[in-house]
Design a protein around this ligand. Structure first.
Ligand SMILES: C[S@@+](CC[C@H](N)C(=O)[O-])C[C@H]1O[C@@H](n2cnc3c(N)ncnc32)[C@H](O)[C@@H]1O
Length: 274
């Protein structure tokens, strides 16, 4: 009896660690997406972000880094309820557009409601972070907040973010810090490891900044000069996840220009590529 109780307690601790603290990260992307879908409606209430903090740490510095580009195109990977796009749209000097990608469908649905006032400037895409269904060198900035440690392969996710980032473009990601980092061995990185990884992928001007109690911000630039033929329309950046060809918008869906794939747009406006 005692042994059974001890085993039950150990199982409960294990499940709490895996499903609540590590948010399913060790069980793979489907479990992570399922857990986020379960909490999507309450996510913002649980997190309690404030618009002031998000403006101070995200919206103001990121929009300032984009000031040289008229109508910049930004990609927010693992957008969740689209906190980052909202922080950017709240900045009067940001005139660009955002593609917001996530693999949890209900998180995107919640995002469409929070960012409803800016619908004409945002495209939501339901797809995993690796591979990204976008052209090379397409975005002026790529962001990925509070998400890298939940992905199957952090390095592969960063490589994808950098592939779609324009030369000279800004990459903003987060690195897990604090007590939570110790609870995710093999997933969370030390500051030094994060900095070294970004540098090993060719990023320059790598700067880590203390942000929230459980995350640091990591800013870095993709080396090279901005190409003259810039994209401003998000549709031009989209690529077929199967054959990487261009997509055309036809009758409430996107059609691949090469293979017969068709990607519908949900009633809430989310482009469903999964
Ligand atoms: C903690 S939330 C962060 C959301 C948002 N970036 C923010 O800062 O509020 C993590 C998000 O990452 C998404 N995510 C996790 N793994 C993913 C993957 N492999 N591909 C795409 N999204 C993923 C989850 O669905 C969830 O919406």
């Amino acid at each position: 009896m005692l042994l059974a109780l001890i085993l039950l307690a150990l199982l409960a601790i294990f499940l709490y660690w895996q499903l609540v603290l590590a948010e399913g990260a060790y069980f793979g992307p489907r479990v992570v997406a399922l857990l986020y879908d379960l909490v999507a409606r309450h996510y913002n209430h649980i997190k309690q972000y404030t618009a002031e903090d998000d403006a101070h740490f995200l919206g103001i510095p990121l929009s300032a880094s984009l000031i040289g580009s008229w109508q910049p195109l930004v990609l927010d990977v693992a957008t969740g309820t689209s906190r980052l796009p909202l922080a950017l749209f709240s900045q009067p000097n940001f005139h660009g557009r955002v593609i917001a990608l996530d693999n949890a469908r209900r998180m995107l649905h919640a995002a469409t409601q929070y960012v409803a006032a800016h619908r004409d400037r945002i495209t939501w895409v339901w797809h995993p972070a690796v591979p990204l269904p976008f052209a090379d060198d397409a975005f002026d900035a790529v962001t990925c907040l509070e998400a890298l440690e939940f992905m199957p392969d952090t390095r592969a996710a960063l490589i994808e973010c950098i592939r779609v980032l324009k030369p000279g473009g800004m990459l903003l990601v987060t690195n897990r810090a604090g007590r939570g980092a110790h609870l995710m061995p093999g997933k969370a990185m030390s500051k030094a490891r994060c900095e070294a990884l970004l540098k090993s992928l060719g990023q320059t001007d790598v700067t880590l900044q203390i942000w929230q109690y459980d995350y640091d911000l990591a800013w870095s630039l993709k080396p090279g000069a901005d190409a003259p033929d810039r994209l401003t329309d998000p549709i031009e950046a989209l690529r077929c996840p199967r054959c990487h060809s261009r997509l055309d918008q036809i009758d409430g869906a996107f059609m691949c220009a090469n293979c017969p794939r068709r990607y519908p747009i949900g009633n809430d406006g989310v482009l469903e590529m999964l």
